[in-house]
Design a protein around this ligand. Structure first.
Ligand code: BYC
Length: 325
């Protein structure tokens, strides 16, 4: 597949082509899979869409863990539906990545052997039911903050996938907020669990937006190509501004003693995450990295017979058709 891409590299430095491509981006046109595109644009999209798809798939693990232990039948049905939605999001995104000339198997293998990343947040554990509410509220809340602008991203298939995904994500965020609200309004023990979940998941949620702008290696080029529509810090600030009043409504305290409204800026001032922790987690040293990758590798290996069976069936069918012609 990559060979196909390399073929077009001779035209990669053609300044006229590059300028015409940038003019299309600047005019707000969508780039479609068969259009000419710079190799860097294609590679950046494969990286970002692939990572995004992997995040949706790995993201099922911490929540799937609680389906059998949800406190009521209704909560179980809702969580099951949400986790199934995440699988669907992963599939739309893998399809969008495939239009760039990389197969789903190829990028899956890159996830399984650690060459590709998935969101840092899924390397933290979900220890109890309050964590599931907090994941919906904070993690899906952060995901929406990032994904709503991506509906306008310049690559057509990614943009269209995001439109569909965002509709479902907003339901996910609301179910999480509803679950944590129930805990926050419950017994003192339940409220304590809700506060504890917020304490543990606040900073990992802020890290989802990526490193601070000064350390973000891809932002400038990705924004020029409209692959990203905002910087990491812009979206993080929007998330903080949106979430603080939600926490206040719940009677919960954001675990940041220096958090305060800044009248002049019209935003909350907040303490940055511990970036050394973030870089450790994305290097593979977070609390659950080893377990998450082991679970995905096991699922891939356990599913080999299904893939083999489908391929054998397709081959037999093609041979029969060929013989009949
Ligand atoms: N985790 O130059 P930067 C969800 C990496 S949740 C891990 O700023 P970029 C869901 C980055 O890849 C979320 N790695 O990068 C919710 C780069 O390393 P490489 C999924 C991270 O790409 C609930 C390096 O750090 N959403 O779907 O310009 C349930 C430097 O960073 C992270 C998306 O993926 C991180 N948090 O900006 C289920 C949204 N942050 O690749 C599922 C689409 C940074 O050079 N992605 N890195 O080795 C994006 O918008 C951007 O890729 C990011 C990062 C804002 C995440």
């Amino acid at each position: 597949m990559y060979a196909q891409m390399i073929k077009s590299e001779a035209t990669q430095d053609d300044p006229e082509k590059l300028a015409a491509f940038q003019a299309r981006i600047d005019a707000g046109e969508k780039i479609e899979p068969k259009d000419w595109m710079p190799e860097g644009y294609r590679k950046t999209l494969i990286r970002q869409i692939g990572q995004h798809a992997h995040s949706e798939i790995v993201g099922q693990l911490p929540e799937g863990n609680w389906i059998t232990r949800a406190p009521t039948l209704e909560r179980k049905a809702i969580l099951l539906a949400k986790v199934q939605d995440e699988a669907g999001h992963g599939l739309y995104l893998y399809c969008a990545a495939e239009t760039l000339g990389v197969s789903r198997d190829e990028i899956t293998e890159m996830l399984l052997d650690g060459r590709m990343k998935y969101s840092s947040i899924f390397n933290y554990p979900t220890l109890n039911w309050a964590d599931i509410g907090a994941v919906g509220w904070l993690v899906d809340g952060a995901a929406i903050m990032n994904q709503v602008p991506l509906q306008r991203t310049s690559f057509g298939p990614y943009s269209r996938a995001m439109i569909r995904i965002c509709k479902e994500e907003s339901f996910h965020q609301r179910q999480g907020y509803d679950a944590i609200r129930k805990m926050a309004e419950g017994t003192p023990e339940q409220k304590k669990m809700a506060q504890d979940a917020l304490n543990r998941l606040w900073y990992p949620s802020l890290m989802m937006f990526g490193p601070s702008d000064k350390d973000s290696v891809h932002s400038a080029q990705s924004m020029a190509w409209k692959i990203k529509m905002n910087t990491n810090d812009e979206l993080r600030q929007k998330f903080v501004d949106q979430t603080v009043p939600q926490a206040e409504y719940l009677g919960l305290t954001i675990p940041d003693p220096d958090l305060k409204w800044n009248e002049e800026r019209g935003h909350y001032d907040y303490t940055d995450p511990d970036w050394s922790e973030f870089f450790e987690v994305i290097k593979g040293n977070g609390p659950c990295n080893v377990d998450r990758l082991a679970a995905r590798n096991k699922a891939w290996d356990d599913g080999a017979w299904v893939r083999d069976g489908l391929l054998a069936h397709a081959k037999k069918k093609a041979t029969r058709q060929h013989a009949a012609e």
